[in-house]
Design a binder for this molecule. Sequence first.
Ligand code: MV4
Length: 448
Amino acid sequence: MFKKILIANRGEIALRIIRACKELGIETVAVYSEADADSLHVRFADEVVCIGPGPSNQSYLQVPNIISAAEVTNSEAIHPGYGFLAENAEFAEICASCNIKFIGPTPDMINRLGNKSLAKKTMRKAGVPVIPGSDGILKDVDDARKTAGEFGYPVIIKASAGGGGRGMRIVHDDSGLENAFNQARTEAEVGFANPDVYMEKYFQNPRHIEVQLLGDAHGNVVALGERECSIQRKHQKLIEESPSPAVTPEIRKAMCEAAIKGANAVNYESAGTIEFLYEDSKFYFMEMNTRIQVEHPVTETVFGMDLIKRQIQIAYGMKFDWNKNYKMRGHSIECRINAEDPDKDFRPSPGKITSFHIPGGPGVRVDTHAYAHYVIPPFYDSLIAKVITHGKNREEAILRMNRCLEEFVIEGIKTTIPFHQKVLNDELFLSGDFDTKYIEKMQSKFES
Ligand code: MV4
């Protein structure tokens, strides 16, 4: 096994990776910014290296600083976590050229799946159902008009180098097409240094459901069920659960088979996720993420499997028992606790946590880097804790989550806890019959 791994991340995920390493007997190196000196990932790592000032572009995104930190500490591998450099093919390439194992897929796989239009082509060829739309990128306005005519309005124009909801334009009729096409291209060029856009039929009320995958270096792939991720606000997920209340055993089997087909088509290695849009009992490939995701504990708790450990073992070249009948047990829900004020349009609320008490008890997991008197820096995303509850069924997981949110004490800053409490007692959420428009609908309901 690796002797030493550097964790190129911060916050709860850095701590999560350190924990997995400890249990595997691997030494850990934390890198941190000047703003994170008092964070728990720095406290619990075996070695630490400061890589620059608070702003991410001067620290967690500074490739030379991170590579130097790995070299001076003799780290054999780098775990990128999520965000920052996790899906940066160039970084993965530089790691390889420095003889450092990047814990994730190859640079080539990151590139090919990061190009969303190319990824769709690849999946379509592999026989995975994909969202109906243009076959590749749109050449010009005429091509866009022709494609929209073929599929019928509304359509959505997406940036090929985008993803996760960035760089999208919904078009309702022909009169809006030219502007939308040009704006989407300009935005894509400015935002992602690549003007390529593609078109899809726009689904009005889809669910966002994703399948967790693990592929080893020996060509074996497993699909670890689905996660329901429809509860999002401005493309930020707030609550995730597994299994999805919408997915029957038949649909799960079809979804997992499709996901495995897709992963095999690219010889996928490491942990990855295939995102599907789901409407009227049908699912369509949307994009594939080549990282471990924030919501991975939902899958871990229903499968009783440590995905980070598996990811590390796979990176080392170990085979896993893909033939084993991995089974889902019970139901898990995750609430993301953000340092944000839900009464002020979810405005970030950094600052000092004056009082902190974490919930516990049966079926409860809390992943957090925060503690009493911790100061949340203003530079990063606002996730401060993930509460994951597991129960024998959805009802028990929700009851448990309600208890946890009541037990959770975070004083000194505003958090999304009260918002989660509203959702968890809302009829529509409880019914399980919601979609990606849920938060919008729910907010207008509570404001009126
Ligand atoms: C879509 C869609 C409907 N039809 N694609 C893509 C990234 C994900 N975070 C949201 N995405 C969507 N892609 C097609 N073909 C609906 C969404 C979507 C969405 C779009 C615009 C505004 C808010 C949204 C909320 C959830 C999902």
